[in-house]
Write a protein that binds this ligand. Structure first.
Ligand code: AMP
Length: 388
């Protein structure tokens, strides 16, 4: 599995029989001096200096690492995370020249991500010739949303001619955790109604009924919806004009601030890291306290809204770095949802950290679950499904 960003590549080799990670790692600072490649546990921690800048050299480095471990002969396919598949890709797809061209055509919808994803795919095609390569799209899972959930109330030709609509992201994670929740609760996926909250550096929430996404908080871009580490989430569309007029900011400058200097970081004036904010809030830092409150309030408001298309709720799922580790965020969020009947089990909530999964509510309460997400595994499984 390869997940290529503009200056880094995450990779993982997974055994699909026992679903274990054989080797995983990260190549980062691809365009700085002496880019490096590092493996994570559970494989042996190894480091490699790359022979130069760019994605192609990083993928060559990954191949070299696999060779050291005697793995290349065992790799049967490569799944690539691709951020935007527009309306064209409703599921994972085997990559050929036409698919490459269509991923490129979705570029204007994700200018920071799709070009990097393409660089990684092309590098992998060169480094692993003859191996099937599969694109797994962040947006594909949400292609089941109905028009009343994905259309914005803007002129129709913005949609028909320019693709202006809500797409949603984090699809692989929402798909994985809702399948896992169904398995945990022993309900067939097709009978389930879940609200799934993926809370990492980026945050989104989705309404998933019968394993299909009916609505989600992210939109045309991953900026809409919940408060995130450095992204604002929802705000007044009139803000851009206000800032241009009064602060003389350009559109590019506004966009930059909303993506990189807002969210938890902007509100707290301190950090985008939830761990640091929790510590500072406990020490009385007012900015950190406010950031936490806005984060949880917005999340609860969205969780309630996501129940609308479901008609029933089997469980509210927390996942991602914050969702899986922050007992405080989960407690505060459920605190805003007591009117729905949620009653937290404080002991269960406290121990649900570091990759564990399970229930955090008391008997009689609607269920809230923590589920450890595994996007790498999901990408590999989806790639395997396409090829079989
Ligand atoms: P991710 O993008 O899924 O890796 O999540 C990153 C986010 O998870 C960051 O905001 C971290 O601060 C947060 N996070 C990781 N561990 C913890 C923890 N133990 N408590 C609170 N937040 C955490």
């Amino acid at each position: 599995m390869l997940n290529c960003g503009s200056s880094s590549i995450k990779f993982a080799v997974l055994n699909l029989e026992d679903k274990r990670t054989v080797l995983s790692g990260l190549a980062e600072r691809l365009f700085e001096a002496q880019p490096r490649l590092k493996t994570n546990p559970p494989g042996l921690t190894e480091e490699l200096e790359l022979s130069g800048p760019g994605h192609a050299r990083a993928v060559q480095g990954i191949l070299q690492l696999l060779e050291r471990q005697g793995l290349p002969g065992q790799v049967t396919q490569i799944g690539h995370r691709v951020v935007h598949g527009g309306e064209r890709f409703k599921q994972a797809t085997c990559i050929d020249d036409e698919v490459l061209a269509q991923i490129e055509a979705c570029g204007p919808l994700a200018p920071l991500h799709n070009p990097a994803n393409l660089l990684g795919i092309r590098a992998a095609m060169e480094a692993f010739p003859g191996l099937p390569q599969v694109a797994v799209f962040d947006t594909a899972f949400h292609q089941t949303m109905p028009p009343h959930a994905y259309r914005y109330a803007v002129p129709e030709d913005w949609y028909t001619r320019h693709g202006v609509r809500r797409y949603g992201f984090h699809g692989t994670s929402h798909a994985y955790v809702t399948q896992e929740a169904a398995r945990m609760l022993e309900i067939p996926v097709q009978n389930t109604c879940f609200v799934s909250a993926h809370l990492g550096n980026g945050c989104s929430i989705a309404a998933v009924k019968g394993g299909k996404s009916l609505d989600t908080s992210m939109g045309l871009t991953p900026l809409e919806g919940l408060v995130m580490g450095t992204r604002s989430g929802d705000l007044d569309p009139g803000l851009h004009a206000f800032l241009a007029e009064n602060l003389k900011l350009s559109l590019g400058e506004v966009n930059d601030v909303l993506n990189k200097k807002s969210g938890l970081l902007g509100l707290s004036g301190l950090s985008n890291d939830m761990r640091e904010l929790e510590r500072a809030a406990a020490d009385g830092h007012e900015g950190a306290q406010l950031a936490l409150e806005v984060f949880c309030y917005r999340l609860a408001r969205y969780a309630a809204a996501m129940c609308v298309p479901l008609g029933r709720l089997d469980a509210l799922i927390f996942t991602g770095g914050i969702g899986e580790n922050s007992a405080l965020v989960r407690a505060k969020t459920l605190g805003y949802l007591t009117w729905l009947g949620f009653v937290l089990d404080a002991d269960l909530n406290r121990v649900m950290i570091r990759g564990s999964s399970g229930l955090i509510t008391q008997p009689g309460s609607p269920l809230a679950l923590v589920i450890h997400t595994n996007e790498e595994l999901m990408i590999a499984l989806e790639a395997q499904e396409v090829l079989s």
